[in-house]
Design a protein around this ligand. Sequence first.
Ligand code: F6P
Length: 550
Amino acid sequence: MMSITPAASPAWQALQTHAKTMHQITLQDLFAHDEQRFDRFSLSLNGLLLDYSKNRITDETLQLLLNLAEATQLPQMREALFTGEAVNLTEGRAALHTALRDPRRDGAVGGDMTILPQIHAVLDQMQDCVQRIREGDWKGFTDEPITDVVNIGIGGSDLGPLMVCEALRPYAHPRLRMHFVSNIDAAHLLQALAGLKPQTTLFIIASKTFTTQETLTNAHSARRWFLEQGGQEEDIAKHFVAISTNPRAVSEFGIDPANRFGFWDWVGGRYSLWSAIGLSIAISVGMDRFRELLAGAHAMDQHFRKAPLARNMPVILGLLGVWYHNFLGATAHAVLPYDQPLHRLPAYLQQLDMESNGKSVDRQGRAVHYSTGPIIFGEPGTNGQHAFYQLIHQGSHLIPCDFLAPCQSHYPLGEHHEMLLANMLAQAEALMQGKTQEQVAHEMQEAGHSPAEIAALAPHRVFAGNRPSNTLLFPKLDPKTLGMLLALYEHKVFVQGVIWNINSFDQWGVELGKQLARQVLKDLRQDAPPSPHDASTQALIQTVRRYRQS
Ligand code: F6P
């Protein structure tokens, strides 16, 4: 892989020049002069429709962005991803989450014949466990079937499974309640345990490394709770399973090696829901549905790998982000699912995107002088509308939005879903069209306002419009569609990482805080000898110590 400086490429410079002309063109103009705009700027795959026509782009913009993709070797890097090259340079690892959804039981992945059989062996192990739990054959220490499953994990070992279990709740097994504990705050664990019976509870300890402080602390506390509530040491095997790449630590914790579901260092934490980390999903919705989720992701993988760049959904989404962040001054991106079951999608995408592309040195270790990963935020519609949309409509930031919605709900009730969809479509339209001073004045006049009132209030009621968005529509949120959607975002993040020439697969930025927390934990003890800290941290430590004594 050659060393690339994207901002020095002619393609980048051409985009800078082009951005100056695009600053003067509005979305309203673009639609007014082009009746085919929706047809030209939309794509669909297996029922998943991406409308990207409400973006501040022309054919020329797209062509220039595609030139940048070629200049930064996106096609070559994409192939390197799929064939298991060590794209995660700083850790010398491949990032082969795409292999996890490959339906072939054998064959080569990048020349390696061992990968697919290993993946399918774990899937078979999961299938056996899932079946026994769902059919009531996995019995607890009083010979009763499992009713509650508690997944203990954090980051990628929590957000993906939690988000998918919530999204696919309409498919959930009626006897099995799923619980997720991630925070080291005991409130999280104790609230989850309240009302649970140890004899019918199964704990999944999900941790790639099996060294994560939060997960191990929660796991030990859960184990203690289990023993205090009547479970015996010899019952642990029936009530604790682990998902990890670290067999030694799993055994040391006391979990039966037969109850460990393995995966591999080439599965990044935030890309791991497709591996055994997805066990809680499979328990909840069944192995067939889990395989449908994988199939959806695989369909998107195939599309990403094979479709021409100009008709490639993840490529288009990635390039649009680059356009806004590097050439039109945006720093944030909103993800707005109009579907309550997708309520944890924004949190999941925050980790996926911000942990992947929150970098400021390039793949060669040089400081970058252009912006990289955006701030991702969002809430399900319509809640966000009554909270932060004000800023998106009238604030001083440019915030591109993704609207997502199923056209049919799993929860039909009166006109609720039509109203939900109407709100979403109206928001995207309002962001684009805005409302001029003349329109506002006219409306106020019709409503009987005086000229003085109109002069005073009209400026506050004007919407500049010209605010871009993508809309993703699909018939219904089923496992396959969800798989496609999630893989779409994974590849979008990858595309952007390639264009910015950063490593999307490491996360060194989380380490310093972890390291310092170990020292601060010691310093919080009442009898701790003084240790060097800045004056602020020192004073805060002293205050915590004082307050904890009172
Ligand atoms: O702290 C960040 C991180 O390493 C994430 O990337 C990861 O998903 C999470 O911690 C949990 O890690 P593990 O699965 O090893 O417990």
